[in-house]
Ligand binder design. Structure first.
Ligand code: BGC
Length: 761
């Protein structure tokens, strides 16, 4: 892998799977738009490619008919749309068409510069008749002007002078990718966009507005082609597809540059998306491209300064971790309309849906390094709170809110409820993220304004789902995080989550009351002290299953009664199990797709003593396949907690390069954003031992075997704290803000300026 900041692949593998993976790996996104990194000129016919551009939160509605129409089953879903193709540029030199699949590709590379926020494709190509060119293509999704995507396309004739012809396309009439054999992507591809406007605002320009078929949304794409030398231009238009033919005479050794600006706008964010696109284009063209490059770098300087996780002693891994963090900033929505999709903005896997992945895997990174983005993510959940209330009613609950398991704008989109809607823990996960934001910022004003409402309404739902029985509060018929075990009684993780949710509903009531901020929210929700007392009673009586014989927490009431799946003797090509066995068959075994009770041992570690956690961890290791990419990072964190350092490092390594090495064989459908956030947590929470608790900020750092040191920063209650861990010591530096008391290896320590603590062996 390449330098510290540049991830580069040289000598491109043109095999179909490799090309597809690179479309994902080198995509450009900025939290609002995402464009896959397809070859501008396209691929041979019958070549599998996912040519896509996406807008965070922009969707249409697709039918999802249920074969048996039971009450309340979900019959339609929101699906993120591929909105327009503006990346097409075909090149012809002296009458010969450029393609990676003919002539001779003498050199080729792709790279992502994470300090500058630009991807680059370089090709040295000789045509069948011997014309040689250097091609350089830089792409950027601007962090400063969110609608803006640019392609800087440079051609240099090396051994000839002559005709260079480009066809620069803009096609609004696009569809989504589908694969009927993979439940993790859409099974069918429908027409979701119908044309409204296609026009030529000026020379080299095209503007297309498309309306969704069912969701009532519109998207506008505006393209402007700017050439570095005099050219002849003519246009072709067919339906909602417009292209510009560009003809230039280029001398040997000269460089011809086409700069293709696209702006994307949508009617969710802009009342008139066409007008907004015109304004955004004006802004884009008001300064030279180089200025946008500078701003891109300035944005990233700030980002890396507060968020970098530096690893000394393993450059490859350091780069992989940086890549993961870069993807998080590319993926995270910055407004209330968009969140972080399971695949970010890099592909169509999981149809652009938002899951619990955000709160439990990605948001911790933002809460600790960029609380503003964390708050935006909560804004989004607040925005869909009414949808969650409606969802609760559909599922029969009289009170409270139940967040949909997967959604874009608030409606449940999961077609298979046993491992979808039944995952009630998402309520506790969202409440957990609100609390984490509060613990990191003490922003009680925001809790009064939005956070508490989420926590109260989710707490209410537990009261309506569970019940007291013989002095214990039980929650029956739910699914925990492990999707290989569905609809069970008293899933340990879910009950622990609910307990925390109830605890914080009570705490926020008290805190807001003390601060005189309670009344508006209590009034709005008609929440009374009696109800709060019931929350407290349920919290205290919450049943957390424990098995006396094994001394572990069973995943649920029936888990330990089942046969163990023979993981060791299952053929390698039968993983992930979900693609090879009927779900019901899987449910009857002790086999976990991902961390479940082990996740609870990390998140709610104080609920059990260390020896119980140790035995549980050892037990679940033997029954977990890690078929989900959300798993090994959590095992790494708990292994760190237990002092099992080698194991922690192995689990961490398994997750760090998951997408770069396509370890789950589906990176073509998009990056695994939760895994990327989990990878960050494996360092900061795992090796660094960080925990955010009511008692304060805790650390228990150690250095994993092969490293020389690692460094990260934390934003904590208005302060920036830098932490550097090497073999001997941890140095805490208070970079800004007032002195603060920290817990280091469970001892209180005052950080005034610099604090040096020997690493506990
Ligand atoms: C996992 C879920 C996750 C989803 C989206 C599934 O494979 O089991 O926990 O939310 O992927 O990433």
């Amino acid at each position: 892998m390449s330098s510290q900041w540049v991830y580069e692949i040289k000598g491109l593998d043109l095999d179909n799977p490799a090309c597809l993976v690179n479309e994902t790996i080198f995509h450009n996104a900025n939290g609002y738009i995402g464009v896959r990194s397809n070859f501008e000129e396209g691929y041979p016919q019958d070549y599998d490619t996912i040519r896509g551009s996406y807008i965070n939160g922009f969707y249409d509605i697709a039918k999802m008919p249920q074969a048996e129409k039971l009450c309340g089953l979900v019959e339609e879903k929101q699906t993120m749309l591929n909105v327009a193709d503006t990346q097409t540029i075909q090149l012809e030199i002296n009458g010969e068409v450029f393609s990676m699949f003919r002539g001779t590709v003498e050199e080729s590379s792709r790279s992502l510069d994470m300090a500058r926020g630009i991807t680059c494709r370089r090709v040295v190509w000789t045509s069948p008749l011997g014309h040689k060119i250097n091609l350089t293509v830089r792409r950027m999704a601007s962090f400063k002007l969110k609608p803006l995507f640019t392609i800087e396309y440079q051609v240099e004739p090396v051994n000839f002078s002559g005709d260079t012809r480009l066809v620069s396309g803009h096609n609004g009439d696009v569809r989504n990718y589908c694969n009927p054999n993979d439940p993790r992507v859409a099974g069918e591809s429908f027409v979701h966009l119908k044309g409204r406007t296609a026009r030529i605002p000026g020379q080299g320009e095209s503007l297309i507005v498309m309306d969704t078929v069912s969701s009532g949304l519109s998207v506008c794409t505006y393209v402007k082609n700017v050439c570095s030398m005099p050219v002849q231009m003519s246009r072709e238009a067919k339906g909602y597809s417009i292209s510009w033919n560009i003809h230039a005479k280029v001398e040997q050794g000269q460089t011809f540059t086409l700069t293709k600006y696209t702006v994307f706008t949508d009617s969710l964010r802009y009342r008139d998306c066409e007008d907004a696109a015109c304004k955004a284009m004006e802004e884009a063209l008001s300064v030279p491209l180089i200025r946008w490059y500078d701003w891109q770098k300035e944005y990233l300087d700030v980002f890396w300064n507060q968020s970098a996780l530096d690893i000394e002693g393993d450059d490859d891994l350091a780069l992989a971790v940086r890549y993961n963090l870069y993807q998080l900033i590319q993926s995270a929505g910055r407004d209330k309309y968009g969140n972080i999709a399971a695949k970010g903005l890099s592909g169509e896997g999981y149809e652009g849906h938002y899951f619990w992945d955000t709160e439990m895997y990605m948001q911790p990174f933002f809460t600790l390094t960029n609380p503003d983005i964390s708050r935006n993510l909560i804004d989004y959940r607040y925005e869909i709170l009414d949808g969650a209330r409606e969802n609760a009613r559909i599922l029969g609950h009289k009170k409270g809110a139940l967040y949909p398991w997967r959604t874009i704008s608030g409606k449940e989109c999961s077609g298979y409820f046993p491992s979808g809607s039944a995952q009630y823990h998402i309520n506790g996960d969202i409440a957990y993220a609100v609390v984490a934001y509060y613990l990191a910022t003490l922003d009680l004003g925001y809790i009064a304004e939005k956070g508490a409402e989420i926590v109260f309404e989710t707490a209410r739902l537990w009261m309506d789902t569970g019940n007291f029985y013989k002095g214990r509060f039980l929650i029956n018929d739910v699914t925990g995080p492990d999707e290989y075990t569905c609809i069970v009684n008293n899933n340990y993780y879910t009950n622990a989550c609910a307990q925390y949710n109830l605890h914080w509903a009570v705490r926020f009531w008290e805190l807001l009351n003390q601060a005189g901020l309670l009344e508006p929210v209590a009034k709005k929700l008609e929440l009374t002290r009696e109800e709060i007392l019931e929350f407290s009673r349920a919290e205290k009586a919450m049943y957390l299953p424990y098995d006396e014989e094994l001394g572990i927490n069973p995943q649920d009431d029936s888990f330990l009664q089942k046969k163990k799946w023979d993981i060791a003797n299952t053929p390698k090509d039968h993983f992930p199990l979900l693609l090879h066995y009927h779900p019901l068959y899987i449910y009857r075994f002790q086999v976990c797709k991902q961390a479940d009770t082990v996740l609870a041992h990390f998140i709610f570690e104080d609920a059990q003593d260390l020896e119980t956690i140790r035995r549980s961890f050892a037990y679940y290791e033997t029954v977990t396949t890690h078929d989900s990419s959300l798993s090994t990072c959590i095992y790494s964190i708990v292994a760190s907690k237990l002092g099992e350092k080698e194991k922690a490092y192995t689990y961490f390594g398994d997750s760090a390069k998951l997408d770069l090495f396509n370890l789950h064989h589906n990176t073509k459908d998009g990056i695994h954003t939760a895994n990327m956030g989990g990878n960050y947590m494996a360092v900061v929470y795992g090796f660094g031992g960080l925990r955010l608790k009511e008692s304060g900020l805790h650390f228990a750092p150690y250095l994993p075997g092969p490293w020389k040191a690692y460094t990260f920063k934390v934003c904590y209650r208005g302060r920036t704290i830098k932490v550097r861990v090497d073999e001997e010591k941890t140095v805490f530096v208070l970079e800004s803000g007032e002195r603060v008391s920290l817990w280091i290896y469970d001892e209180p320590c005052l950080l005034e300026n610099v604090l040096e603590i020997p690493v506990k062996k």
